[in-house]
Design a binder for this molecule. Structure first.
Ligand code: ADP
Length: 170
């Protein structure tokens, strides 16, 4: 399963996987960080489609087209805001990965790129988030036969090495 996982340093809006995942907020109407970058790169039509979706719960995922992106689809998921770890944050973050992968497989998508969900403005400690991300993806790949590539796209070197270490350990 590990051979299906790639760690990439760079900008997720440039990836040419079938889908890229957006770390969105519950309104799905755009925001800062990776969300803002994806909306800018995809173009205004993405926001128009997002307006028809009536938002998204924390831990859930919704799919739209990718418009001007290389990726054909965007899967929008809402990560938990970190508030100390006692509010189900780990469960919600696991759901983000599991639900995004399920949605991709249901749509016949073979490759998908994830940002480090919740580790920016939402304040999730990166070491913990990376552990949960890797565990959730490996657990999904154990039983799935649709998806052949899962990318973890890292914006900074620290996140990149966290993924490298975690994957080596798993
Ligand atoms: P959240 O609100 O879920 O914390 P953020 O967008 O603030 O989302 O940050 C999530 C992660 O995405 C952070 O690690 C941030 O460095 C990273 N990030 C921001 N822009 C990009 C981008 N263009 N490509 C990949 N990762 C990005």
């Amino acid at each position: 399963m590990k051979d299906k996982i790639k760690i990439i340093k760079g900008d997720i809006t440039k990836r040419d996987t079938d889908a890229i995942v957006n770390a969105a907020n519950r309104t799905l109407l755009g925001g800062g960080g990776v969300d803002g970058a994806i909306h800018r790169a995809a173009g205004k039509e993405l926001l128009l489609e997002c307006r028809t979706l009536n938002g998204c719960e924390t831990g859930s995922a919704k799919i739209t087209k990718g418009y001007n992106l290389k990726a054909k689809y965007v899967i929008h998921t809402v990560g938990p805001v970190w508030s100390g770890g006692g509010r189900g944050e780990e469960k919600f973050l696991t759901s983000c990965y599991a639900n995004s992968l399920t949605l991709a497989a249901e749509n016949g998508l073979k490759s998908i790129s994830f940002p480090a969900i919740s580790t920016g403005v939402y304040g999730y400690p990166p070491e913990k988030a990376v552990k949960t991300a890797v565990a959730a993806v490996l657990s999904f790949l154990k039983t799935d036969s649709v998806i052949h590539t899962v990318e973890f796209v890292c914006f900074d070197d620290q996140t990149y090495s966290l993924y490298e270490n975690e994957l080596a350990r798993s």
